[in-house]
Design a protein around this ligand. Structure first.
Ligand SMILES: O=P(O)(O)OP(=O)(O)OP(=O)(O)OC[C@H]1O[C@@H](n2cnc3c(O)ncnc32)[C@H](O)[C@@H]1O
Ligand SMILES: [Mg+2]
Length: 181
């Protein structure tokens, strides 16, 4: 099974490879424009970014599926403060499915800096004295003291977006065309 991921962030590629390991995917990382701001500020922008990445990654390759992953922030109804959200989208060129990942609350001082126009990755790096936290444990890993990680959290979104293709019996392993369940 050939997959094209709409990002060159190794955390995103890893999330796809780990989640879909049973299908022995050949994964190609494709740098694509998400079509949304670098820091998406709503569920809608985050989902749109994931959808656009999935479509553009598939268009750029002859993979079986395009996969898009997008991180964002949003003020969620019923949840105080600002939340970190993450969404995945998977398309086979005709059908597109979406899946959401874990959500966690961001510290007020992080939220304030994002409100002032900063991006979450650099803000987390500045707070932690790290370089590239978004390509490592991520805010998801740091803010949960390692109970999860950005790779693991994004992997849940991938499972929710790819699952409908598996459940429908659409997924075949291109190596031996056997059905994979
Ligand atoms: O190369 P791409 O695919 O764009 O990877 P990215 O790390 O920039 O990820 P996103 O564009 O999906 O995320 C939008 C912004 O939110 C930040 N972000 C999202 N999730 C994060 C996390 O868990 N930890 C740190 N920063 C995160 C990220 O740094 C971006 O500034
Ligand atoms: Mg980005």
């Amino acid at each position: 099974m050939d997959l094209a991921v709409g990002s060159t962030n190794p955390v995103k590629v890893d999330a796809v490879e780990r989640t879909l390991e049973r299908f022995e995917p050949a994964v190609t990382a494709v740098a694509v424009d998400s079509g949304v701001p670098e820091q998406p500020w709503s569920i809608e922008e985050t989902v749109t970014g994931a959808e656009t990445r999935a479509r553009r990654a598939l268009e750029a390759t002859d993979a079986d599926y395009g996969v898009g992953l997008e991180g964002g922030v949003a003020r969620l109804e019923g949840v105080p403060g600002l939340s970190l959200i993450m969404w995945a989208a998977v398309t086979d060129g005709e059908r597109l499915e979406r899946g959401g990942g874990p959500t966690l609350s961001l510290p007020d001082e992080v939220a304030a800096r994002l409100e002032a126009g900063a991006e979450l990755g650099p803000v987390m790096d500045d707070r932690l004295g790290t370089d590239g936290i978004a390509e490592a444990d991520g805010a998801a890993g740091v803010l949960t003291a390692g109970l999860t990680s950005r790779t693991q959290a994004l992997g849940e979104a991938v499972a929710c977006a790819f699952g409908p293709f598996v459940a429908a019996g659409d997924v075949t392993r291109t190596t031996d065309e056997s059905r994979c369940y």
